[in-house]
Design a protein around this ligand. Structure first.
Ligand SMILES: Nc1ncnc2c1ncn2[C@@H]1O[C@H](COP(=O)(O)OP(=O)(O)OP(=O)(O)O)[C@@H](O)[C@H]1O
Length: 248
């Protein structure tokens, strides 16, 4: 479980986040949206232990965050820079397992299992630069999940992909989330995307000193489907609520 209690964050004198209190239960996929520059990435960097907590507290599974939490994984927008071009895809995915002390065959098997999970069976021997952007981001997701993190942070992970690939990866994320039950905090600019993938959407106000202005459970009937779900009146109503909150 992730808990933010009265979190305040700033860079020098510039206040970015103010009095953010949130609890993310295990297994929830929380989307965070808000106007550009409101502090979404700052929030993720704080949870990842990459920025010191200025005010309030942040804890993961009951332990205050003072450095990078154990069992945390992060996926960024910039897949091109997050994979090692000199390592084959399988080695990229297996990399985090080295710290777990697994032997080479076990690492290889786990990496192959995750590659299959993200739809990249048979791509293990290829190099990242031989893959499309969408495939590279699948590799980044496989690497993030290979250690079975208890918390996965995703910062605009599909922001630079074309529309079709983006939809494919949204569906992949939902499938993997259902299968692995990982707690996920997913930052996006895209209001539709937040409602489509989220169990819950939190909207931050424009800065400085952004606060939570909407905390919305996403309850939609049936399995999510790119065409059917987006056409549901419930979806349209949720999207409108989030849209109004983002625009202030
Ligand atoms: N390292 C830094 N030093 C100083 N100011 C920073 C730093 N990083 C971010 N900021 C400022 O903090 C504010 C929040 O930035 P942040 O990147 O967290 O917002 P964001 O909501 O993720 O933005 P976007 O949606 O455009 O990616 C912005 O005003 C930004 O200019």
């Amino acid at each position: 479980m992730l808990r933010l209690d009265s979190l305040g964050q700033r860079y020098g004198d510039h206040s970015v986040l103010h009095d953010i209190t949130l609890t993310v239960p295990d297994g929830q996929l929380l989307c965070v949206v808000g106007p550009s520059g409101c502090g979404k990435s700052t929030l993720l960097r704080t949870v990842a232990g990459l920025l010191p907590v200025r005010e309030g507290t942040v804890s993961v599974d009951g332990a205050p965050v003072t450095g990078v939490p154990d069992r945390l994984a992060v996926v960024f927008q910039d897949y091109g820079r997050s994979l090692y071009p000199w390592l084959p895809v399988r080695e990229n995915v297996a990399l985090p397992l080295r710290r777990r002390g697994l032997g080479r065959p076990e690492r290889r098997d786990e990496a192959e299992r995750m590659l299959e999970r993200v739809g990249l069976r048979g791509a293990g021997r290829r190099y990242p630069w031989q893959l499309s952007g969408g495939m590279q981001q699948r590799v980044a997701i496989a690497r993030a999940l290979v250690c079975r993190p208890s918390l996965l942070l995703m910062d605009e992970p599909f922001g630079s992909l074309d529309a079709q690939t983006r939809e494919d990866l949204e569906d992949l994320l939902l499938e993997v989330h259902r299968g692995e039950g990982t707690t996920i905090v997913f930052v996006t600019h895209d209001i539709d995307e937040s409602v489509y993938v989220g169990d819950r959407v939190v909207v931050l106000s424009a800065g400085p000193g952004s606060r939570v202005v909407l905390d919305l459970p996403v309850v939609l009937p049936g399995e999510r489907d790119q065409i059917a779900t987006r056409g549901l009146p419930e979806f349209v109503a949720l999207r409108a609520k989030v849209g109004h909150a983002v625009r202030g």
